[in-house]
Design a protein. Structure first.
Lengths: 603, 521
C-alpha cells in the first residue's frame, strides 16, 4: 500500500456514506431491494476503506496532516488526521455500521419510509468518521453536531408515535447542551491559540493561562458527559431506546456514545494539569458505572437493560481515561462496541420475532431461537467478563490499571463488575431460560410451536459479531503498539512501563486484580443462581433497589422539571405579548425611560 | 454632473413603480388580466440588476475591496444635492444586495401566490418602491434624509402588511404596526433635532467631527442616541419594542412576511447603526447597549416561540431571537472595536435574511397548497391560520418544499454545516477574542438559546416528516414551478454559503470596514 492513498482512503471513509445517503434519499421507498443493496454497498465500501487505513504503511501521527484545505478566516484549514485514536473508531463506525445496515435488511423489511431510514444511518456513519478523523476543532464540532442530529432523527424515526418524538427531543436537547459546552470550549481555544488544529491545541495548551485551560477542560468534560450519557445527563439514553433496534446498536451502543470518551481521551494530555479535572472525570465515571448498573437490575424492558448497561460500561471507559489508562480505556471501548452491538442486534432479532420488549413476556427462547440465543449468550458472557471473551481481557486490563492507580477506585470498579454479572444473569435467565411470568403469559406469543425463521441478514450480522467477540482480543498487543507509535502527545499515558507484548499473557490472568474481579463476578452469578433456586421473583426489590429507583426518578424529574420551568417561563413571557396596542406603546415608553435612567442618570 | 449609478438604481426602482401600477390597473380594468403588472415588475427588476452591476463595478473599481476605506473614496462615493447627502459605502452595498436578491425572489414567487387577487398590481408596484426605498435608506448620508427614507420604507410597507384588508386580524396588525412605527419616528425626529441643535449639521461625518472636537460629557448626545435606539429599535424589533412584529409578520402575505423579516428588520438595524455612527464617540456604550438588547431578544424570542402553534407566528418570534444574534455580533464589534465582530454580525444579517426569507416563502408555498382547506384569506369566513398540525406528513406530498424548509429551519437553529451555524460561529469566535467574562456569559446564553430554539424547530420538522397526513395536506393542490424556483435557489445558496462562508466575504468585509470607519475605529 502506498502512502499517497491515505487522503483518498479518508475521503472514501467519510464521503462514501454521505454520497450514499444522498442517493438513497432520492431513491423511491417503493424499491426496497434497491435501497437495501445501495445502503449495504455504500457502507461496505466505507468499511473497506477504513480497514485499509489500519495497514502499517498508513500509520500517521497526530501532528501529521493527511489532507489540508484552507478555508479562510474564522475557520482556518480544514484538515484530516488519521492517527490511531481516530482510525480505530472510524473502523468501528464503518464495520459495525455496515453490519447494522445488513441487519436492517431483515429487521426493517416492510417498514415505511425506508429511504429516510437508510439515508440517516449512512449520514450518521459518515459523520462519525468525520468526527474522529477531523484534525480541526471546528470540523470536529460540525461532525459532532451532525451525529447528534442523526441520532435525534433516528430516535424519532417512528414519528407518529408521541413517545418516540418526545424521546428524540429529549436526546437532542441534552446532547445539544453538551454541544454548547464543546462550542464554548472550542471558541475560547480559538481565541487564545494561533489556529484551530487539534495538534496545535495538544502542543500548545501548556502555554494557555491556567484559568482559561480550566474553562476549556470543564466545557469539554460537560460535552463528553452529555454525549456519552454519563450521570447526571444519562437520562436521554434509556428513552432513546424508542429508536429501531439496529439504530440503538449502532448509535447508542457502539459509536456515537463513545464520542464523549473519544473527546476526553483525545485531549487528556492537555487537561491533566488542570486542578481537579481528573478527579471529577473519575468520579463521574464511577458514579455512572455503579448507578446505571444498579438501574439495569430494576428494568424489565430488554432494551432499557442494555441501555443502562451501556451507560455503566461507558462509565468504566471514562474512569479509565480519568486514571490515565488511555490504552486500556480505548481497548475497552473497542471490545464493548463489539459485544454491545452483538447484544443489541440479538435483542433486535428477538424483539422482531416476539413483538415485545418486555422481558417478563419472554422466556424459553433457548429452545425456540437457539440460533440467536447462542450468540447472545456469548455477548453476555463478554459483558460479564468471563474468560476468555474479549470483554474479559479489556475489563481485566482496565481494572489492573485501576489497581495500580488507587485501591478505592479499584474496589468500586470490582463491585461494578459484580453488579454487571448480576444483571446480565438476570437478563439472560428471564429471556432464555425461565417461563414467561404468569401475569404476562396471556400476552406472550409463545403459542407458535415451530422454530421461527430468522432472516439471513440478521443472522449474518449477529454471527460475524459473535466471532469477533471470541477473537478480537488477539489484536490487543498490536493495537497497543500502534497507539504508542502514532500518538506523540499521549505517549506517556499509553501503557507506561508495560510491554505491549505481555498484555495477553498468563501474568494478566493470574494477577491479583484479575482474580479478584473474576471471583466477584462468579459470586454475583452464583447469587442470581441462588435467587432462582430459592424461587424468588425476577423483579428485584428491596431497600437498595428502592433507593436506586428513587435516584433514577429524581434525575428524570429534574430534567423534566427544568423543561417545565422553561415552558412556564415562556408562558409568563407570552402574557407580555398582550396584543393590545396600549400596552405595546407603554412598553416603548418604559424602554425609553429605562435607557435614559441607565445612561444619563448614572453619570 | 452625472448621477452616480446607485442614485440611478434607486430612482429607477421608485419611478418605474407608478407605471407598473397604472398599466396593471388598465390591465384589470379592460378585463384581459394577462399578468401585465407582474411581467412589467420583473422587467423593471431585471433592469435594476443591470444598474446594480454598474454600482458594483464602480464600488470595487474604487479599490475599496483591497485597501481600507480611504478619504478619497468617501468623497467619491458621496453625492450631494443641496442639503441632501447620499453616500454609498459597504453597508449600503450589503443592504442593496440583500434587498435586490429577496425582492427578485419574491416577485417571481408572487406570480402564483398573489396571482390575480384583488390589488395584485398594487402589490407589485409597492414592492418595487419598497426595494428602492430600502436601498436609499442604506445609502443615506445625512440624518434627516435617513429619517425620510425610513418613513418612506414604513409607508410603503403598511399597505403590504394589510394586503388582505378585508381580514380583521390583518387590519389590527396593520394598525399596531402603523402606530408603533410612528411613535418610533417621532423619537427619531426628536433625536435628530437634538443633534442638529448642538452641532448645526446633519451630515453624519460632519456631526462626528463636531462631536469629537467638542468637550466631552454632553448628555444631549447620549439622549439623542437613546432616542435613536428606541426609534429605530422598534423597526429592528428590539425587546421590549418588538410587540408589533409577530402580528404584522404573521398576517401579511407570506412574500411580504419574508421581506419584512429578511430585509426590513435588517434595514432598520443599518439605519440605527448609521444614526449612531454620527454619535460615534461613545461607541463602547452603544456596543454594550446592543449586546444587552441582543441578550433580551434571544431569550424572549426563543422562549415565546416555544409555545407557538401557528407556523408563521413561530417564525416571527424566531426572527426576534435571530435579531438578537446579529445585534450581539455588531455590539461586540462596537464594544471592542474589532472588525471581526461586525463582519460576523453582518454575515448573520445576510444569512438570516436568506434563511428567514426562505422559511417564510416555503410556508407561503405550503399555505398556497392547502389554502383550499383553510379557507380563503381576506374573507371574513372562518379561515384559520396555518398551524403546525396542519403540516403533518407534508413531506410526502411536497418533498422539495419541505426539504428546503427544513434546511432553513435547521440553519436558523444553528446546525452545521448550514449558513446559520457559520454566522453564529463567527459571532462566537469574535466574542471570545475579548477574553471578557461578561461577553463569555453572553456567548453561553447565545449557545443555550440556540439549543432552546431546536425545541421548536425540531418538532416542526418532525411533524412534516410524519407518515399520517393531515387532511388539509392530503387535499392540497400542487405548487407551480414559479414558486419552487426561488425556494430551490435560496435553499442551495444557504448550503453553499454554509460550507464556504468566504463566498459572502465580498459583501461582509466592506460592510464591516465601513462600519468601523463610520465609528472612527
Amino acid at each position: 500500500m502506498y502512502r499517497e492513498f491515505l487522503p483518498y482512503l479518508i475521503f472514501l471513509t467519510i464521503g462514501t456514506p454521505w454520497i450514499g445517503a444522498f442517493i438513497v434519499w432520492v431513491t423511491s421507498d417503493n424499491r426496497p431491494r434497491a435501497l437495501n443493496f445501495l445502503a449495504s454497498a455504500f457502507s461496505l465500501i466505507a468499511a473497506i476503506a477504513a480497514l485499509l487505513l489500519l495497514d502499517q504503511s498508513q500509520w500517521t501521527a497526530t501532528n501529521e496532516v493527511s489532507f489540508q484545505l484552507p478555508m479562510g478566516p474564522f475557520i482556518g484549514d480544514m484538515t484530516f488526521v488519521a492517527d490511531g485514536l481516530g482510525v480505530y473508531l472510524a473502523v468501528i463506525a464503518t464495520v459495525i455500521g455496515s453490519l447494522t445496515v445488513i441487519f436492517s435488511i431483515g429487521y426493517m423489511a416492510g417498514s415505511a419510509q425506508l429511504s429516510r431510514y437508510y439515508a440517516l444511518v449512512l449520514l450518521f456513519i459518515g459523520s462519525m468518521c468525520g468526527l474522529v478523523l477531523s484534525g480541526n476543532l471546528l470540523f470536529l464540532f460540525l461532525f459532532w453536531e451532525a451525529t447528534a442530529f442523526c441520532s435525534y432523527a433516528l430516535i424519532s424515526f417512528h414519528n407518529d408515535d408521541p413517545k418516540a418524538v418526545a424521546a428524540g427531543i429529549k436526546a437532542l436537547i441534552i446532547t445539544q447542551l453538551g454541544g454548547v459546552g464543546l462550542l464554548i470550549g472550542i471558541v475560547i481555544a480559538a481565541a487564545n491559540l494561533p489556529d484551530l488544529q487539534v495538534s496545535t491545541f495538544l502542543a500548545q495548551s501548556g502555554s494557555l493561562p491556567s484559568n482559561i485551560l480550566a474553562v476549556i477542560a470543564f466545557s469539554f468534560l460537560f460535552a463528553a458527559i452529555a454525549k456519552s450519557a454519563q450521570v447526571p445527563l444519562h437520562v436521554w439514553l434509556p428513552d432513546a431506546m424508542e429508536a429501531p433496534t439496529p439504530v440503538s446498536a449502532l448509535i447508542h451502543a457502539a459509536t456515537m456514545v463513545n464520542a464523549g470518551v473519544y473527546l476526553l481521551a483525545r485531549f487528556y494530555p492537555s487537561f491533566v494539569p488542570v486542578t481537579g479535572w481528573t478527579t471529577i472525570v473519575i468520579t463521574v465515571g464511577i458514579l455512572s458505572a455503579l448507578l446505571a448498573a444498579g438501574m439495569a437490575i430494576m428494568s424489565n424492558d430488554l432494551k432499557r437493560v442494555l441501555a443502562y448497561s451501556t451507560v455503566s460500561q461507558l462509565g468504566y471507559m471514562v474512569t479509565g481515561v480519568g486514571i490515565g489508562a488511555i490504552f486500556q480505556s480505548q481497548f475497552y471501548l473497542f471490545s464493548h462496541s463489539i459485544f454491545k452491538a452483538l447484544l443489541f442486534l440479538g435483542a433486535g432479532a428477538i424483539i422482531h420475532e416476539l413483538g415485545t420488549r418486555d422481558m417478563r413476556e419472554m422466556g424459553n427462547l433457548w429452545k425456540r431461537m437457539p440460533q440467536v440465543a447462542i450468540p447472545f449468550l456469548i455477548g453476555a458472557a463478554a459483558l460479564v467478563g468471563l474468560p476468555f471473551f474479549n470483554g474479559y481481557w479489556s475489563k481485566e486490563l482496565l481494572i489492573e490499571a485501576a489497581f495500580e492507580y488507587n485501591l478505592v477506585v479499584f474496589g468500586l470498579l470490582v463491585i461494578g463488575a459484580g453488579i454487571t454479572a448480576f444483571y446480565a444473569s438476570r437478563m439472560c435467565w428471564m429471556v432464555f431460560f425461565t417461563k414467561p411470568q404468569a401475569a404476562f403469559e396471556s400476552f406472550a406469543p409463545v403459542s407458535s410451536p415451530h422454530r421461527p425463521h430468522v432472516h439471513w441478514s440478521m443472522l449474518l450480522a449477529i454471527f460475524i459479531l459473535a466471532i469477533n467477540v471470541l477473537f478480537a482480543w488477539l489484536t490487543a498487543g498490536r493495537f497497543a503498539l500502534w497507539l504508542r507509535a502514532v500518538l506523540p502527545y499521549h505517549a506517556p499515558y499509553i501503557l507506561h512501563g508495560h510491554d505491549p507484548a505481555t498484555l495477553i499473557s498468563w501474568a494478566t490472568i493470574f494477577s491479583i486484580s484479575a482474580l479478584a474481579t473474576l471471583s466477584v463476578t462468579i459470586l454475583a452469578i452464583g447469587a442470581w443462581w441462588w435467587r432462582v433456586r430459592s424461587d424468588r421473583p425476577a423483579d428485584v426489590s428491596g431497600r437498595m433497589s428502592l433507593a436506586i429507583r428513587w435516584l433514577d426518578f429524581a434525575f428524570n424529574r429534574s430534567v423534566s422539571g427544568i423543561a417545565s420551568v422553561t415552558m412556564s417561563a415562556a408562558g409568563l413571557l407570552q402574557k407580555t405579548q398582550t396584543g393590545q396596542l396600549n400596552w405595546n406603546t407603554v412598553g416603548i415608553a418604559m424602554a425609553l425611560i429605562a435607557l435614559l435612567i441607565i445612561l444619563v442618570g448614572i453619570r | 454632473m452625472g448621477l452616480p449609478p446607485f442614485v440611478w438604481l434607486i430612482l429607477w426602482l421608485i419611478l418605474s413603480a407608478p407605471f407598473v401600477y397604472i398599466i396593471g390597473r388598465i390591465d384589470v380594468r379592460t378585463g384581459s388580466r394577462r399578468y401585465l403588472a407582474h411581467w412589467l415588475s420583473l422587467l423593471c427588476m431585471a433592469l435594476a440588476w443591470v444598474a446594480f452591476g454598474r454600482v458594483l463595478t464602480d464600488f470595487f473599481g474604487a479599490g475599496n475591496s483591497t485597501s481600507d476605506v480611504s478619504p478619497d473614496f468617501v468623497s467619491q462615493a458621496t453625492w450631494r444635492l443641496g442639503a441632501i447627502t447620499m453616500r454609498f459605502d459597504g453597508l449600503s452595498l450589503l443592504l442593496a444586495a440583500l434587498v435586490l436578491t429577496l425582492t427578485t425572489a419574491i416577485l417571481i414567487y408572487s406570480r402564483s401566490y398573489i396571482g390575480r387577487s384583488e390589488g395584485a398590481e398594487k402589490h407589485y408596484a409597492l414592492l418595487l418602491i419598497l426595494c428602492g426605498v430600502m436601498i436609499g435608506l442604506g445609502s443615506a448620508g445625512d440624518l434627516f434624509n435617513l429619517w425620510l427614507w425610513f418613513e418612506a420604507m414604513a409607508i410603503a410597507s403598511y399597505p403590504l402588511v394589510v394586503f388582505y384588508h378585508r381580514d380583521r386580524t390583518s387590519l389590527e396588525a396593520g394598525i399596531k404596526y402603523l402606530v408603533q412605527s410612528s411613535a418610533g419616528s417621532v423619537f427619531i425626529l426628536l433625536g435628530i433635532s437634538l443633534v442638529f441643535l448642538s452641532t448645526g449639521s446633519l451630515d453624519v461625518l460632519e456631526i462626528r467631527q463636531a462631536i469629537e472636537s467638542a468637550p466631552t460629557g454632553t448628555p444631549l448626545w447620549v439622549i439623542a442616541g437613546v432616542l435613536f435606539f428606541i426609534g429605530f429599535g422598534i423597526k429592528v424589533a428590539l425587546v421590549p419594542l418588538h410587540t408589533w412584529l409577530p402580528d404584522a409578520h404573521a398576517q401579511a402575505p407570506s412574500g411580504i412576511s419574508a421581506i419584512l423579516s429578511a430585509v426590513v428588520i435588517e434595514a432598520g438595524l443599518i439605519a440605527l447603526l448609521r444614526a449612531l455612527s454620527a454619535l460615534g464617540g461613545a461607541s463602547s456604550t452603544w456596543g454594550a447597549l446592543l449586546i444587552g438588547f441582543g441578550v433580551l431578544n434571544m431569550i424572549l424570542g426563543n422562549l415565546i416561540a416555544l409555545r407557538q402553534k401557528q407556523v408563521k407566528r413561530l417564525l416571527a418570534f424566531s426572527s426576534i431571537s435571530q435579531v438578537g444574534y446579529m445585534v450581539v455580533g455588531i455590539g461586540v464589534a462596537l464594544y471592542l472595536g474589532t472588525t471581526a465582530g461586525s463582519q460576523a454580525g453582518f454575515f448573520h444579517l445576510l444569512s438570516h435574511g436568506l434563511m428567514k426569507g426562505l422559511a417564510f416563502l416555503a410556508v407561503g408555498a405550503l399555505l398556497f397548497a392547502v389554502q383550499h382547506g383553510l379557507g380563503e384569506p381576506g374573507s371574513e369566513e372562518n379561515h384559520h391560520s396555518l398551524n403546525i398540525e396542519d403540516l403533518n406528513g407534508a413531506a410526502q406530498r411536497y418533498p422539495i418544499i419541505v426539504l428546503v424548509f427544513s434546511l432553513a429551519l435547521l440553519g436558523l437553529g444553528g446546525l452545521p454545516p448550514l449558513v446559520g451555524f457559520m454566522s453564529k460561529w463567527q459571532i462566537m469566535v469574535a466574542g471570545a477574542q475579548a477574553n471578557d467574562t461578561i461577553i463569555l456569559i453572553v456567548l453561553l446564553i447565545a449557545g443555550l438559546s440556540s439549543v432552546l430554539s431546536l425545541g421548536y424547530y425540531a418538532p416542526l420538522i418532525n411533524a412534516m416528516y410524519r407518515r399520517n397526513q393531515a387532511t388539509v395536506i392530503s387535499q392540497g393542490r400542487s405548487v407551480p414551478l414559479s414558486m419552487l424556483i426561488p425556494l430551490i435557489v435560496i435553499g442551495i445558496s444557504i448550503v453553499i454559503l454554509g460550507i464556504v462562508p468566504i463566498l459572502a466575504g465580498w459583501l461582509t468585509i466592506p460592510a464591516a470596514r465601513a462600519l468601523m470607519a463610520a465609528f472612527g475605529q
